[in-house]
Design a protein around this ligand. Sequence first.
Ligand SMILES: [Zn+2]
Length: 390
Amino acid sequence: MTTKVAARRVSSHAHSHRPRHGARPVTDSPRVTVFYDERMLAHEPSADAAFLPGRMDTRIRQLLSGLGVPWKYPEHPGRLTAISQFLALAPLQGVTFATGKAATAEQLGRVHTSSYLEQVYKLRGQYAWLDVDTTAVSPGSVDAAEVAAGTAIAAVESVVAGASDSTFALVRPPGHHAEPVRARGFCLFNNVAVAAAHAKATLGCQRIMILDWDAHHGNGTQDIFWADPDVLFIDLHRGAPFYPGSGSLDEIGEGLGEGTTVNIPLPADAGDAAYLLAFERIIEPAADWFKPDLILVSAGFDPHAHDLALNVSYRGFASMTHRLKQLATRHSQGRLVFVLEGGYNLISLSHGVKAVLEVLAGAVPPPPGECGIAEVEAAAAFHCRAFVDS
Ligand SMILES: [Zn+2]
């Protein structure tokens, strides 16, 4: 950052009248880069692929077929196209798009075992179900998963190099349920963990904070950094027995990493007020103690009310983003990277991503829960004499 600040100072004073060829225009508005790559659309698991025998999903599918309701794989390419099409309707100033790249075996191998990687690589070009969970692959899935993890890396590289102030990697398959040795919950490779490990191994980052606000607990990310004191993992999620069932208060890490795993399990329908209180009472004090030099967000949009698990609003996502920006400014030279996780209602998914990007691009969100307050006050003033005996 010293370099970045110095570079800006030089270009904004000494040479602002004579920009060098290729130099970025000097501006106070944040430079936000969205990383998106159509290769991730090739991950298209079929609900018709054979299930492993004895699975709960088999039972659920039988029940649904009895009701005449078709079961569809909920984590589908339309999630990403819904976001990109919605963002294209009204481009945001300061937000530019870039393509991603595929992660290498070496990069993936920082968080996954070689035997797991070999197992996944063998599935290239096939339809298959991977585990006792919900994760399946289609012929293009392994390539797509490599691009998802590599695109999260590209988003981190961009902020560390100073090419962007903040970034958002729009990726799928999602990552936070993927463990070192197995796929889980629609996730093949743990994208945010691969990006964090890359930042630590090659980009000079020493203390990385990962905030996971997806509705589901990020069991895989927790597992990967369980004993790592250099990664502060904080997870807001709907508590057990909600999937995947982990993430209780007493899961705090172990060994050198004891204390750098922080879980905040929430009841069904918890909303903006609870999330923002968690920022005030837990997340901000933890970040101020840890002093991260990079902040990553496992950003799922399934806490939105439309996804039926929790009750966060678009203003809630915007407010959390604003507070993360303040934390990043305070500790990590502004470096803030969002990596998409879940979110299955296409409207709340795409609108939620946009709410985040608007704040990253400079908008200051109004406090959540105040929509309509001014109108009610005006109406109260209008009606105030109506019910008073004169
Ligand atoms: Zn989720």
